[in-house]
Design a protein around this ligand. Structure first.
Ligand SMILES: Cc1cc2nc3c(=O)[nH]c(=O)nc-3n(C[C@H](O)[C@H](O)[C@H](O)COP(=O)(O)OP(=O)(O)OC[C@H]3O[C@@H](n4cnc5c(N)ncnc54)[C@H](O)[C@@H]3O)c2cc1C
Length: 438
């Protein structure tokens, strides 16, 4: 039976994992692998790491959990630190694997790796099989070619909701075998080995985010079933403080620890067993936004990263380091902005309401290059997702998919509306010495 390298990327789970399922159907001789790519941890030109400590910590925990879950069913996970397009051909040579199975990504850095890898593998007769699996709606089921994707979300949503059926989840493997290849399993890197500082847990954090499929499922169980919060999601989702105002699924979704189809099925179950209302629908509505940005990235390629955005517009923005630093450090003097930016810096998370406001403020008020803001989010956010982040920044900067011209967030009225008693601002702007090392 042929050996297959199962290369985990942003699909760090056993449940609803098509590439793992398909590999298992083909062979029992699987070699599961995760690769920490050093390029992801390099310094950006702006002087901070591309992946900051909070996100890196969540990633390490997620890979640890995957390894543990694989061990529980009889398998294991090889860990490597290196460029996948080099590491995988070397592993292929050592093992004689006949195929590599992995998830398909949409953006350029990831696609470049796929292309280089495919070329290397082709030379030795090894096939790269890629599976699209990060969205709720499958790319192949869209009722239009990607180039015809509507530029307005509502049009997209209505069309897919009308005609596309969400696919069934793939079964979770119950048993796998581990082939002893007599090669090193490899060790998980520490933050220090990745060149990063320790991640310090702030007690004001909305949640203690722990990476991995197990914790992701636990959070869903808590939010849906134990605390019964899904039924009020639509009313609470614009909150700013604590674990309960929104699902906080984003970080687990970003690394694929949770599958969106798993969440969807749980929502349907909740609607049957508890209640079906606007809130239960709204969580799916938001998951469709997530899909949408993925498809937008597929349609527009590198334009989502470029200064002019997907509309290719020339905004009059500056590269003012001083203003950017003030924004980034939460020292603009505008309390609602500063509170949000400090939350991001100290915890790796910020509410959706906060993100919209700080992004708008950077671009529309400070008139600083939006790409800098998006890069800071990329570094800091635990839930950083390339498509959601750059797509939302395009949107807020007014060069993306917002059908409304010149949308503007008036920061003081936003603060009045969403933090009327100033509790959020107080939480983040009063010095808090109670920091504990994780
Ligand atoms: C400037 C900016 C940058 C952002 N960057 C990211 C990012 O890097 N990663 C990320 O996951 N989200 C990003 N978002 C979207 C959104 O803010 C987060 O998904 C949300 O705050 C996460 O919290 P939650 O899981 O509790 O969301 P909930 O309100 O519980 O929503 C459920 C899920 O729906 C999806 N979702 C909700 N809103 C959006 C949205 N506007 N766009 C895409 N998906 C959405 C997320 O997967 C989320 O987990 C960004 C928004 C803005 C305005």
């Amino acid at each position: 039976m042929e050996k297959i390298i199962v290369w985990f990327r942003n699909d760090l789970r056993l449940h609803d994992n098509e590439m793992l399922y398909k590999a298992l159907q083909k062979s029992s001789q699987l070699i599961p692998l995760y690769c920490f790519d050093p390029r992801q941890f390099e310094m950006t030109e702006l002087g901070f790491p591309k992946t900051g400590s909070f996100r890196a910590k969540f990633l390490i925990e997620s890979v640890t959990d995957l390894k543990y879950n694989l061990q529980k069913i009889g398998s294991n996970l090889l860990i490597r630190i290196g460029r996948p397009e080099q590491v995988i051909p070397e592993l292929q040579k050592l093992t004689g694997a006949k195929a590599v199975y992995a998830s398909k990504e949409v953006t350029s850095e990831e696609i470049n790796i796929e292309n280089k890898l495919e070329e290397q593998l082709f030379k030795v007769g090894c096939k790269l099989n890629l599976y699209w699996q990060s969205s709720l709606y499958h790319l192949d089921d869209l009722p239009f070619p990607i180039k015809m994707l509507p530029d307005v979300y509502t049009e997209f949503r209505k069309e897919v909701e009308k005609v596309v059926k969400i696919r069934k989840q793939f079964p979770t493997p119950e048993r796998m075998t581990f082939i002893d290849l007599e090669i090193e399993l490899g060790k998980l890197p520490t933050l220090c080995e990745l060149g990063l500082e320790e991640a310090v847990q702030d007690e004001r954090s909305v949640l203690i985010f722990k990476g991995g499929e197990s914790s992701g499922k636990k959070r869903l169980k808590e939010y849906f079933w134990e605390k019964d919060l899904l039924k009020v999601y639509k009313e609470t989702r614009n909150g700013l403080i604590g674990a309960d105002y929104s699902s906080k699924f984003s970080a687990w979704l970003a690394l694929g620890c949770l599958s969106p189809r798993y969440i969807y099925d749980e929502v349907k179950k909740y609607e049957q067993e508890r209640v079906k209302n606007d809130s239960t629908y709204w969580l799916i509505f938001e998951l469709i936004w997530r899909d949408y940005f993925r498809f937008v990235a597929k349609k527009y390629g590198n334009r989502i990263f470029q200064y002019g955005g997907i509309r290719n517009q020339n905004l009059p923005l500056k590269e003012d380091k001083r203003l950017f630093e003030k924004w980034k450090e939460g020292k603009t003097g505008l309390t609602f902005i500063d509170a949000n930016m400090r939350e991001l810096k100290n915890t790796g998370f910020m509410s959706n309401r906060g993100r919209q406001n700080v992004a708008s403020y950077l671009v529309k008020d400070l008139k600083v290059n939006w790409q800098w803001g998006a890069s800071w989010f990329e570094s800091q956010l635990i839930d950083y997702d390339v498509c959601s982040n750059w797509g939302n920044w395009n949107y807020v900067a007014g060069i993306g998919n917002d059908p409304r011209e010149n949308r503007y967030f008036n920061i003081s009225s936003q603060a009045q509306k969403y933090d009327p008693k100033g509790e959020y601002v107080k939480l983040w702007l009063e010095e808090n010495p109670n920091l504990v090392l994780l």
